[in-house]
Design a protein around this ligand. Structure first.
Ligand code: ZN
Length: 146
């Protein structure tokens, strides 16, 4: 069973502003910007070997990321781990009294199944588990149809 860090989610007020640091100072590149209406969030993915930075900008104040920004300001929002079987992780969570946030599983970026474990049960960090990207859902540079 392989688990890997999929991405580090960072709540920001503006992707346009935040990407400057990650691109100009760290040398990463925004591969893709996607709006996920159901989560009320705009997401920018900046991949690097071994993971990605996921910048999260709320589409409105009354959304999970909007409320996070109001309470905590910008900063680390969640860690995401790719797991072989999201359903199995949810069941294991239930067995150990670890509650998810909202509906689980649900659809995230790139058609992945995702679930969030509440920070109350994970020692203070919102933890996302995600399945593999749907075949063909991932954008490849030069492939403007995908
Ligand atoms: Zn995430």
């Amino acid at each position: 069973m392989t688990v890997r860090l999929a991405h580090v989610g960072i709540a920001v007020r503006s992707i346009v502003d935040a990407r400057i640091f990650y691109e100009e100072v760290l040398g990463l590149e925004v591969e893709k910007v996607e709006e996920i209406e159901s989560e009320g969030v705009k997401v920018a993915l900046l991949p690097f070997p071994g993971g990605e930075i996921e910048l999260l900008e709320p589409l409105a104040e009354d959304t999970p990321v909007g409320r996070f920004l109001e309470r905590h300001g910008e900063g680390l929002h969640h860690l995401s781990f790719e797991v072989p079987d999201v359903h199995r992780s949810i069941v294991a969570g239930i067995e150990h009294g670890v509650e998810t946030v909202g509906e689980a599983p649900r659809k995230g970026a790139e058609g992945r199944e995702i679930a969030f474990f509440h920070p109350l049960f994970t020692h203070g960090v919102l933890v996302e588990v995600c399945g593999k990207a749907m075949e063909g859902a991932r954008h490849r540079p030069g492939d403007e149809t995908g």
